[in-house]
Design a protein around this ligand. Structure first.
Ligand SMILES: [Cu+2]
Length: 159
């Protein structure tokens, strides 16, 4: 009888430990929640405006500018536009992992939450509002076949 009770209580105890562990994990992995706390004040600040063109009217395969320096903890509004005759990508996966995205606005659509890559068709514009979190140097490129090789690369530094 008592060994039966012991078995049950041991089982309950291990279930409890597992649950506690999972709760801890969910708090530890909660970068967006941490950023949201941090952003309470940041969201009241006006965003620093930055402009980046994907290609240019002459059809050159470049980012203009191809180097950005940002400060961790500040709020930015990155205006992307494509003045060129072909579509381009703004791809910087590691950078996207190092920031907290508030929203991306394009046309009449506003997208909230994590974004990893944007495709801009000719004449397209998009605004990406975010807060850099993790300092580092991150590569930027356009993933259309041949564009990276032709010079459509850059870097984004978070200080
Ligand atoms: Cu391109």
């Amino acid at each position: 009888m008592s060994s039966w009770l012991t078995k049950i209580s041991k089982h309950l105890y291990s279930v409890f430990c597992l649950l506690a562990f999972l709760v801890c994990l969910s708090f530890m992995g909660a970068t967006p929640a941490r950023a949201a706390n941090l952003s309470g004040d940041i969201l009241k600040q006006p965003a620093t405006e930055i402009k980046v063109s994907l290609g240019n009217a002459a059809g050159e395969l470049i980012f203009e500018p191809n180097h950005l320096e940002l400060q961790a903890g500040k709020r930015y509004n990155l205006h992307l536009n494509n003045p060129s005759p072909v579509k381009h990508y703004f791809t910087s996966k590691d950078f996207a992992d190092a920031i907290w995205t508030q929203k991306v606005e394009a046309g009449n659509v506003e997208i909230k939450g994590a974004i990893h890559e944007l495709e801009l068709k000719p004449a397209a514009e998009a605004e990406w509002v975010f807060v850099p979190l993790k300092p580092g140097k991150y590569g930027l490129r356009c993933t259309i076949a041949g564009h990276t090789e032709a010079g459509m690369i850059g870097d984004i530094v978070i200080k």
